[in-house]
Design a protein around this ligand. Structure first.
Ligand SMILES: [Zn+2]
Ligand SMILES: [Zn+2]
Length: 312
């Protein structure tokens, strides 16, 4: 399967500010030596040598992750503002059939849907899944005056809603999928997706509790031995303590959780909107250090960044 991040920011879109862009340019210019600008080649080499947080950005769009099977089946997890970019730059399925699975219906996970071109095409069709019985109402209600000028009825007529039960095994094309309820205001659901023996887990908007580490619980079905886990790690520990019951986790707990469930690769996700690229990079470094400190088992830690493609 192929996994692509179209939106990784939590809570609200967070575009780069002019000051942040100026600071990046100033920091890059400070590093230049005359040799670096001698030729096109040396310029390219210099740019490639810059740290990722300086020569790129984690991205400001809210959650949207696309998973494509070997045979081309498409799953879209959440419809944050990242789904607008998916509509512009992504490759629609050849049969124009798509599946959207929602973790929950907080704004940052649905606000991109009215800006997703593909869903207005009368020839396209959608299956929409979640454990929330009223999901159709929730999506319709964000598209009413005075909040938005176009109603849900302007979308393709070929939309079918499917209410799924937690832990129920469903099949979509080549994928086998199960979800489990997690601790978050109003609840959220984490999804395990398997194809060809590989397991990917999408777990956003999760405030981890002790119960989530229980090996005899239903969490094992979804999390145990996943190859890749995308997990809410919005806060530092200090911030998580101040923001108890806000529904998000500290990156250290995300590492503890990944080690507990023998996860191979962890992608930190749902980044705090007030953290800039430099801060997120320092969180990544601390997370890697913490991972090495607490265990000899290998857990690879990465930042989920907009535009990143992972093959599994
Ligand atoms: Zn969220
Ligand atoms: Zn939420």
């Amino acid at each position: 399967m192929n996994i692509h991040f179209w939106g990784v920011r939590g809570s609200i879109p967070a575009p780069l500010t002019p000051q942040q862009i100026q600071a990046k340019i100033a920091a890059a210019v400070q590093k230049i030596t005359p040799d670096d600008i001698k030729s096109n080649e040396s310029r390219e080499k210099f740019l490639a040598s810059l740290p990722e947080w300086l020569n790129g950005t984690v991205g400001g769009n809210t959650p949207c992750v696309e998973v494509t099977s070997e045979k081309g089946d498409k799953l879209i997890f959440d419809a944050g503002t990242g789904i607008r970019v998916l509509g512009k730059l992504g490759q629609p399925a050849s049969d124009l059939h798509h599946n959207i699975l929602f973790s929950h219906f907080h704004w940052d996970h649905i606000q991109g849907l009215p800006f997703y071109d593909v869903i207005y095409n009368p020839k396209s069709s959608f299956d929409i899944y979640s454990p929330f019985e009223k999901m159709e109402d929730y999506l319709r209600q964000q598209m009413v005056a005075p909040y938005y000028p176009v109603t849900f009825d302007a979308f393709t007529k070929n939309i079918t809603f499917h209410v799924i039960e937690p832990l129920e095994k469903i099949r979509i094309g080549e994928f086998s999928i199960q979800c489990v309820r997690m601790n978050h205001p109003g609840s959220s659901y984490s999804y395990a997706i398997t194809e060809n023996g590989f397991k990917f887990v999408y777990a956003t908007d999760v405030e981890l509790t002790q119960a989530d580490f229980d090996k005899s619980s239903s969490k094992a079905v979804v999390f145990q031995d996943a190859d890749i886990l995308v997990l809410d790690s919005q806060y530092t520990v200090e911030e998580a303590l101040r923001k108890e019951n806000w529904g998000h986790s500290a990156f250290c707990y995300a590492i503890d959780f990944a080690v507990n469930w023998r996860i191979k690769k962890l992608y930190l996700f749902h980044h705090e909107p007030t953290y800039d690229d430099r801060k997120l990079n320092s969180i990544l470094e601390s997370a890697r250090w913490y991972g090495e400190y607490i265990t000899t088992d290998k857990v690879e830690v990465h930042l989920a960044t907009e535009g990143l493609d992972i093959k599994l």
